[in-house]
Design a binder for this molecule. Structure first.
Ligand SMILES: Cc1cc2nc3c(=O)[nH]c(=O)nc-3n(C[C@H](O)[C@H](O)[C@H](O)COP(=O)(O)OP(=O)(O)OC[C@H]3O[C@@H](n4cnc5c(N)ncnc54)[C@H](O)[C@@H]3O)c2cc1C
Ligand SMILES: O=C(O)[C@@H]1CCCCN1
Length: 397
């Protein structure tokens, strides 16, 4: 029974899912003095979710002001974790936003960067060619450089967050899968190994979120996608240092693509540049190897690399796998369960959530404790989906 199981079965808060978001939710809860349990289905560290690998982009450039507004605090909290852990978790490198001047999506970036005074600089194709000779733009394309950007060391960051969580008194139980959540003033969580109780719960289950939420009457429009992460080698005879001198870049609708393409300079694999397509194949997170081929994404990438990064071999040298969990508008879900208000949900990070994790974790901590969140969460509310579905006609402008 629960009683005979001893006091370790009772917590102030439980967090389900130890990716980067759950790790930071747990970290903030523990720092706030909450006795917190972080549960993870796989033995840690693992590579079956969305938070593994060595690098993620951090940047202030965002088309939507509500993301840029979170980034000031995100940079500060990342630096705080670096300080606490005594490890470097990022390195600064400029990020180029590339696109056609007349492209509306590119203009939204550019306008927002001006509006929000992001330290940045516009580059013509000619000045870009001088500064970053590895990138070849084509007619009508320009670049704007975000000088605040950098690369987060993803695996190290997950580990550092979990270490600091434990240092603040938190408990991690990995290789332990949550099977059921029984809501109430005191919530009961049933796992592959036992039962735990807590007054506050955070669900940060990545691509598996709906598996846990559906039994609680919530079906979020989340689409897990399999992403092929590709690393590319310089052609024999390319100028030495070419790859290291590349910045991060985000190509908006380049080469006629509907989705963005992006890249990171060599670092994790010496001599290999990471260049990927910001989309993938719908996937069941428990069977990530099943049908649906990544060939179309690869062809998109090869065509892009051969035209825009001609110093690279047009065949990827290394391929890895990762997952996105996309919402229809690609905005996150940061909200309480509509009926069970002591359950906070963080989901649908849509391939751009890593940089925000310290702030996301703080928000989820506040939501789970029933506090007023530090940010306006309207863009992230669950109710935006139900109104979309219910409204038979467009609301008046
Ligand atoms: C290729 C790629 C590139 C990206 N690039 C960037 C970038 O440049 N910048 C950026 O900011 N973001 C980027 N992202 C996005 C970012 O990595 C994700 O938004 C973020 O990692 C999502 O974290 P998460 O904690 O929500 O999910 P996850 O890391 O998947 O964590 C969820 C965890 O919950 C666990 N879990 C699920 N169900 C259960 C259960 N029943 N019981 C116990 N545990 C459970 C899972 O095992 C998993 O560990 C990228 C993502 C990918 C894939
Ligand atoms: O969040 C980011 O900054 C990147 C941009 C490119 C696609 C992957 N995510």
């Amino acid at each position: 029974s629960l009683l005979s199981a001893g006091p370790s079965r009772f917590y102030d808060a439980i967090v389900v899912g130890a990716g980067i978001q759950g790790t930071f939710a747990a970290y903030h809860l523990a720092k706030r003095g909450q006795k917190t349990l972080l549960l993870e289905q796989f033995p840690l560290p693992h590579t079956r979710g969305s938070s593994h690998g060595q690098s993620r982009i951090i940047r202030t450039a965002y088309p939507q002001d509500y993301y840029t507004a979170m980034l000031g605090e995100a940079y500060r909290l990342w630096a705080e974790l670096e300080e606490e852990a005594g490890t470097k978790l990022h390195r600064q490198t400029p990020m180029l936003v590339l696109g056609r001047k007349d492209n509306p999506a590119f203009q939204r970036f550019w306008d927002a960067m001006q509006r929000n005074h992001v330290p940045s600089e516009a580059l013509t194709a000619e000045s870009l060619a001088q500064r970053f000779p590895g990138i070849h733009l084509r007619g009508g394309e320009v670049a704007v450089c975000d000088h605040t950007a950098g690369i987060l060391f993803a695996d190290k960051a997950v580990k550092a967050g979990q270490d600091q969580f434990q240092r603040n008194g938190g408990t991690i139980r990995d290789g332990e899968k949550v099977h059921g959540i029984l809501p109430g003033a005191v919530i009961t969580v049933t796992t592959s190994q036992g039962q735990y109780r807590a007054k506050h719960l955070v669900v940060t289950a990545g691509a598996w979120a709906n598996r846990l939420l559906a039994p609680l009457g919530l079906h979020l429009p989340l689409q897990p996608l399999r992403i092929t992460v590709c690393y590319w080698r310089a052609k024999a005879g390319s100028p030495p240092g070419l790859l290291e001198k590349l910045p991060c870049f985000l190509g908006i609708n380049l080469n006629g693509e509907k989705r963005d393409l992006y890249g990171l300079p060599a670092g994790e694999y010496p001599g290999l540049v990471k260049v990927c397509y910001h989309y993938g194949t719908p996937v069941d997170p428990d069977h990530p190897d099943q049908p649906g081929s990544s060939a179309p994404d690869l062809r998109i990438l090869q065509d892009f690399v051969s035209k825009y990064l001609p110093g690279l071999e047009p065949e990827p040298a290394v391929q890895e796998r990762c997952m996105y969990t996309n919402t229809p508008d690609e905005d996150f879900v940061l909200d309480r369960h509509p009926h069970f208000r002591n359950i906070a949900i963080g989901a649908g990070f849509s391939g751009h959530g890593f940089k925000f994790a310290p702030v996301v974790g703080k928000i989820l901590c506040e939501l789970s404790l029933g506090e007023e969140p530090s940010y306006d969460l309207v863009p992230f509310q669950i109710s935006r989906f139900s109104s979309q579905l219910k409204a038979p006609c467009k609301p008046p402008n």
